[in-house]
Design a protein around this ligand. Structure first.
Ligand code: URA
Ligand code: SF4
Length: 247
């Protein structure tokens, strides 16, 4: 196992006896992703959201982002510092969806940049992916005060932006991280413990949805990381398949 992979796994706390065999199997299924993609066209603002994107997808995302920046459809607009639209490859195969911006994300206007975000980066790295290889967004684009759960009316008000974001990126699969993302995307009230580790379908295109625990959960319950690792390995295998089948 290359030293760097080991370091990534150490970072997320995967026990040695699990990681050796499983990680090697996962790596053999697909080579590491290609190196950095070309920069966005000169006439568009080269934001982090659009870097490396296919022009049409990134233009569509820019247009939705502009609407989100001006949005006042729910009460969360009153307390936000920045809207947090999304980041990563506009033509990514894999789109991660979290819950809502926290304090750090609200301050910077970028999703998953706080402690949970660092852990998400480490989890991605453990399966050979970088932030720039995937697309990352949230269910709601503005921070709920004191990081409370977003209310149903806020989720509903914001859902059109996410739906169009998913259409623009058109990923091969969605990864719902945490209860709020999973329940919102799948329109269910089942607990995350029952939902995780399985694959569902989203929208008219029946896009596969992998449900995982939220990285913040692993910060609170480090012993559960083993389940997170199992989910990551499954995700890696699904991404390596020519067409994603739901198990
Ligand atoms: N948690 C989330 O669900 N999303 C973020 O962007 C940050 C933390
Ligand atoms: Fe608009 Fe969504 Fe922000 Fe509410 S959370 S103000 S719907 S962008």
């Amino acid at each position: 196992m290359p030293h760097s992979s080991r370091a990534h796994l150490d970072a997320i706390g995967i026990p040695v006896w699990v990681r050796r065999s499983v990680f090697r199997a996962a790596r053999q299924e697909q080579p590491s992703p290609a190196t950095a993609a070309p920069a966005a066209p000169a006439e568009t603002t080269p934001t982090a959201e659009t870097a490396g994107a296919a022009p049409s997808a990134s233009a569509a995302l820019d247009a939705i982002d502009a609407q989100v920046r001006a949005c006042r459809k729910c009460a969360l607009h009153r307390t936000r510092t920045h809207t947090v639209f999304g980041v990563g490859r506009a033509d990514a195969d894999c789109m991660f969806i979290g819950e809502a911006p926290g304090a750090e994300e609200d301050a910077r206007g970028e999703p998953f940049v706080g402690r949970a975000g660092k852990l998400l980066d480490a989890m991605l790295a453990a399966i050979g992916l970088q932030r720039d290889d995937v697309y990352i967004a949230n269910i709601v684009k503005c921070r709920p005060p004191r990081n409370r759960d977003p209310h149903t009316d806020e989720i509903v008000a914001c859902s059109g932006y996410l739906r169009r974001q998913i259409e623009a990126v058109s990923p091969r699969l969605l990864v719902a991280t945490g209860r709020v993302a999973a329940q919102s995307l799948l329109s269910t009230t089942k607990p995350i413990g029952q939902l995780r580790g399985r694959t569902y379908r989203y929208g008219e295109d029946r896009l596969p949805v992998v449900v995982m625990y939220h990285p913040a959960y692993f910060l609170r319950s480090p012993l559960e990381k083993r389940k997170g690792w199992a989910d990551l390995v499954r995700l890696r295998a699904m991404l390596a398949e020519p067409s994603v089948s739901v198990s």
